[in-house]
Design a protein. Structure first.
Length: 313
């Protein structure tokens, strides 16, 4: 019989923290899983570390060439035999009850396709930093996602069938591929959720992908926003507008006015697209007004959007 869960991890030169990551999965309270590890042509001792484990649940795939995280994850989705896929990164640590709690959530709430969690940030030595919290249910996530990434990649578990049906990760997103992945689910009307408990210890260190490639991550995230506003809300925007959203605090007065106009149009489009998601509309408006640093535009936004749509028809 197929395992209930396929844990999917891609590793490239991750020897420093790899053993901790693997141990945190193999020692889970939930045991009916396979552990698909894609070694993306590592040149360090990653392969040797993986091969020291004598556990039949490990499925080791060695890429002949380094193909990158996005293609490696799509390869893993095609290989996975579980009903659900749980993502894992080679420098993070999963709490030992993580798989059990996320499996039980998806089994008990079939309307959801993805479940993530809050995270415990740790430093390079494993010392606890702060806990990072993320929006909880579908409506909160929908009101948040057009402004920032609402889920942590290494914390999620998702339905394998749904991931296959949407075509996996977008191969054009070599960075920030998770952000684009969530939007693909949303485009198909599939729902996301975050358990409000830190089920993953997320390591912050100078060699992490998010830090080493922060500039590329930001550029890709802007491209993803452009695509999402167009495909989901029907608003065509360019790099300029997406940059205003991500760097609103640094705008001059002219740029601030342009952001105000765009934000108004975006809120109207969001309400038309999702007329039944009242909480999402409110959250979307809340994040919108927080981008407007000039009180004149904040006042106009309240009058033309918040107050207008708060009135009964």
């Amino acid at each position: 019989m197929n395992p209930k869960i396929s844990v999917l991890m891609s590793v490239y030169n991750g020897q420093a923290y790899l053993k901790e990551a693997i141990d945190s999965i193999l020692n889970q309270t939930f045991t009916d899983f396979e552990f698909v590890i894609i070694n993306d042509a590592s040149t360090d001792r990653s392969k040797e570390i993986i091969k020291t484990y004598d556990d039949i649940r490990i499925v080791l795939i060695n890429n002949k060439d380094n193909i990158g995280l996005t293609k490696s994850l799509n390869k893993g989705i095609n290989i996975a035999e579980g009903k659900y896929i749980a993502r894992m990164d080679a420098d993070d640590i999963s709490n030992l009850s993580r798989l059990e709690k996320q499996y039980n959530f998806l089994e008990g709430n079939p309307e959801y396709s993805i479940v993530g969690s809050n995270i415990q940030l740790i430093d390079k030595n494993g010392n606890n930093l702060e806990i990072a919290k993320y929006p909880e249910d579908y409506e909160e996530i929908m009101g948040y996602i057009f402004f920032a990434n609402p889920m942590v990649h290494s914390s999620v578990m998702f339905k394998t069938e749904d991931a296959e049906n949407i075509g996996g990760y977008n191969i054009n997103h070599k960075k920030a591929q998770d952000y684009g992945f969530w939007f693909k689910f949303i485009e198909q009307g599939l729902k996301l959720y975050n358990i409000q408990e830190p089920l993953v210890k997320y390591r912050v260190h100078n060699e992490s992908i998010s830090i080493k490639n922060s500039e590329d991550q930001d550029k890709t995230a802007q491209r993803i926003l452009i695509e999402a506003f167009s495909s989901i809300l029907g608003i065509k925007i360019g790099k300029k507008e997406s940059n205003y959203i991500r760097h609103a605090s640094n705008l001059n007065p002219v740029q601030g006015y342009m952001l105000y106009n765009f934000i108004c149009n975006a809120n109207i489009a969001f309400r038309r697209k999702f007329p039944d998601l009242k909480l999402s509309q409110d959250i979307f408006a809340h994040h919108s007004i927080n981008l407007l640093k000039d009180e004149r535009y904040r006042s106009l936004f309240r009058k033309n959007i918040i107050d207008k749509y708060a009135k009964p028809n």
